[in-house]
Ligand binder design. Structure first.
Ligand code: ADP
Length: 219
């Protein structure tokens, strides 16, 4: 399968913005020799992404090949699309957790103890506790959260499709992106380094469609 390298992506973007452009000028822009560029240009021309017009230079055809879409899907990792996670301590009151939901404009809070992930609390978890007889000013959020080890997580190098499947299968809105850390006793802990939510995945989908329409070649 044809995979588009990051250099080929750069070439596409240069051609798109300066077309028609000669291979000399592309080489100059990239600080490469023409010889080094030749195989990339051959690949891009064969794939139908660029067109070589004799005596004029290269032009962009506006076509994104199916293989470059597949490569983009496979190569995009969670670290490329993740968002910032809103993290609060287990001892935070339910009231303050709700305030955080509004302040940070999020639907899910990731709960930590000593900096490590211990749970997740959602909008409905908080609504439920606010509707009951719970003293939300006193009771800590740790009491109403979903606890480890039942938290569904992903890593920086997980794929987007892996995260999307987990969100659907586990029927949740958001997943913490975690880093596994072993302490001296060998116990595994998880540090939260971001989140992937339905919004994150939707943004990725829109970006993918932009790429197909040729609005967005350079990532
Ligand atoms: P809401 O409850 O507001 O509809 P979710 O669908 O995300 O939001 O949450 C459903 C339930 O799953 C809640 O009880 C929540 O604590 C829990 N939950 C949310 N995210 C995760 C996750 N990543 N892993 C495990 N449980 C989760």
């Amino acid at each position: 399968m044809l995979e588009i390298s990051s250099r080929q992506r750069k070439i596409i973007s240069i051609v798109k913005n300066n077309q028609p452009i000669t291979s000399e000028r592309i080489a100059d822009t990239l600080n490469l020799s023409r010889a080094a560029l030749r195989s990339d240009l051959a690949v891009l021309t064969m794939a139908g992404i660029l067109n070589a017009k004799p005596k004029v230079g290269y032009v962009y055809t506006g076509k994104t090949s199916a293989s470059s879409i597949i490569a983009y899907l496979q190569n995009t990792k969670i670290k490329d699309i993740k968002a910032e996670a809103t993290v609060v301590d287990e001892n935070t009151s339910i009231y303050d957790a709700i305030v955080n939901l509004f302040l940070e404009d999020v639907g899910t809070l990731f709960i930590v103890k000593d900096g490590f992930l211990t749970g997740v609390v959602s909008r409905k978890d908080l609504l439920k506790s606010a509707m009951g007889n719970t003293d939300i000013n006193r009771v800590p959020v740790g009491i109403v959260m979903t606890r480890m080890p039942n938290i569904v997580t992903v890593y920086d190098d997980s794929t987007v499709i892996e995260a999307a499947k987990k969100i659907l299968e586990r029927e949740v809105d958001s997943l913490p992106v975690v880093e596994k850390i072993k302490d001296k006793s060998g116990t595994e802990n998880y540090r939260v380094v971001g989140k992937v939510s339905k919004t994150t995945i939707t943004k990725f989908f829109v970006k993918l469609c932009d790429m197909v329409e040729g609005k967005h070649e350079d990532k």
